[in-house]
Design a protein around this ligand. Structure first.
Ligand code: 4YB
Length: 474
């Protein structure tokens, strides 16, 4: 059965295992006792700066140890945490801050973020820049009177989907902990193990790492300036998106890794990738999940097939006309807009827009409903064609996008990253290969290299950005 906490999880562990290492950052280490004490201090520091219960703090930063202190201290103060991507343009950032009506903002001193200069943020205007918080110990220590309540709104996590404006998904501690508990029933993560904060805390995949750590009372490792590759050599667990694992295997050929387990997700996971990892001694788990469900929904140990396994405890999943519907204890409280939490439209099931089917008790994701397009009357599901491209030995990443065409309505274009230059020889080779693999209208009419600025934008390449870029190429 799931563990339930009668106090803040860190206080629980400070009592149970006070001297066990909770948090590690470069040479610095904090025990659970120290962690609980510091969290209280930072929470008092925030309260002294005016932070009140149920207020919202935006943290605009890459992962760091400060971001962990902020998350814990904000929760401890009874307030709410929202992480924003520090790579957003100033304009995007100001839009998100305004849309969320944040009460406070935090960003690191040397971040290059200069919110004061953002247009639309004039003093005294309705969209005034939220005051900047600092992470400081209190001047006059006294208790923060907020008590642990797992059902109160705790975090907001932005999700963009593939189209439209980003939405803020609200979760309470209960659903995060239910997500952690269910996953850890299947994937072992013991108190002696350590999970690297290998994905950004402003994305659900990073947020979920923190709650698994809090749930288990294990160790969280935050990468120091030496970077993720070095840190990966010192942990037992990590969460990675497929392209990260691919890069890791390329850079670290044969190097010894202490990694016991890697949880993969966020995008289609090529079988060739998990097979490669296996040869390097890394046990991969293939997951399928989403922000609204506090990360992983289905999972399996990698086994050479392209499925994403079965439904974890604390989640329910069904298919309706091929679309994945989900619900359960891990479903968030709703989307946040106008200082209000709007429960997901259909109270019962949340429609994911993902298309899938079952094969022998295992879920196979076929692609997103909203990515599908029509060429000469033929339905093209981009992900289906991408899978074939990814099976070609020279292809590392593949995106199929529609381009407008007078005769066919739309036609597929392939945008790729490849292990060698995408020159005429490779294009001819791919054209020949695709002719054997897929039927006429589904074959790409042209092959383009993925531009760098879109390949490294963050954790997921945005199809929307890619489509905008593609229009400019024609
Ligand atoms: C997929 C997909 C898959 C998601 N095949 N499409 O802790 C984890 O579960 C984790 C570990 C490592 C890396 C990522 C994760 C995640 O949480 C990923 C969750 C996520 O991507 N959330 S999202 O809101 O940003 O996007 C959700 C969408 O991503 C889904 O609706 C799918 O369309 C797609 N997706 N896993 C194919 N295995």
């Amino acid at each position: 059965a799931d563990v339930t906490f009668s106090t803040w999880p860190w206080q629980h562990w400070a009592k149970e295992r006070p001297s066990a290492v909770a948090l590690s950052f470069g040479e610095q280490q904090f025990s659970w006792a120290e962690l609980a004490e510091r969290t209280d201090e930072y929470a008092q520091g925030l309260v002294e700066q005016g932070l009140k219960r149920d207020q919202l703090v935006a943290v605009v930063a890459p992962n760091s140890v400060s971001v962990i202190w902020l998350l814990l201290a904000i929760l401890r103060a009874g307030a709410r945490y929202v992480g924003l991507n520090p790579r957003l343009s100033q304009q995007e950032l100001s839009n998100q801050l305004a849309q969320l009506e944040c009460d406070f903002v935090w960003y690191p001193a040397k971040s290059g973020i200069a919110l004061d200069s953002v247009q639309g943020y004039e003093p005294d205007s309705k969209q005034a820049l939220p005051p900047r918080l600092q992470l400081l110990p209190p001047q006059t220590p006294r208790m923060v009177p907020v008590t642990w309540q797992a059902s109160r709104a705790a975090t907001m996590t932005m999700t963009s989907g593939s189209t439209g404006n980003p939405k803020a998904v609200v979760h309470n501690a209960q659903s995060h902990l239910a997500s952690a508990a269910g996953l850890l029933q299947w994937m072992s993560f013991d108190a002696e193990d350590s999970w690297l904060l290998s994905l950004p805390l402003f994305h659900i995949s990073g947020m979920a790492i923190v709650w698994r750590w809090l749930y288990r009372g294990a160790k969280l490792v935050v990468a120091s300036s030496q970077g993720l590759d070095v840190a990966l050599g010192k942990v037992t667990h990590a969460s990675l998106v497929p392209t990260q694992l691919q890069r890791l295997l390329e850079n670290n050929r044969g190097a010894s890794l202490s990694l016991k387990r890697v949880l993969l997700g966020g995008a289609a996971i090529p079988v060739s990738l998990t097979e490669c990892a296996k040869q390097a001694g890394i046990e991969c788990w293939c997951g399928y999940g989403m922000t609204e469900m506090a990360s992983t929904v289905t999972v399996k140990p990698a086994d050479g097939s392209a499925g994403v396994g079965a439904v974890l405890p604390n989640r329910e999943l069904t298919l309706k006309d091929g679309e994945v519907l989900v619900k359960g204890k891990t479903l968030g409280m709703g989307y946040y807009r106008n200082r209000t939490i709007f429960p997901f439209s259909d109270q019962e099931w949340f429609a994911t827009k993902d298309l899938a089917d079952w094969q022998d008790e295992e879920l196979f994701i076929r692609g997103r409903k909203d990515n599908m397009f029509i060429s000469g009357g033929e339905n093209i599901q981009p992900e289906e064609v991408e899978k074939v491209l990814l099976a070609h030995p020279a292809v590392q990443q593949a995106f199929i996008l529609p381009t407008d065409d007078a005769e066919y309505g739309q036609r597929p274009v392939a945008v790729l990253t490849t292990s060698c230059e995408l020159d005429k020889t490779l294009v001819d080779n791919l054209t020949h290969y695709m002719r054997q693999q897929v039927m006429g209208l589904r074959r790409p009419v042209c092959y383009l290299p993925l531009p760098d600025h879109l390949a490294t934008g963050g954790i997921k390449t945005s199809r929307k950005q890619l489509a905008l870029w593609l229009v400019k190429q024609q």
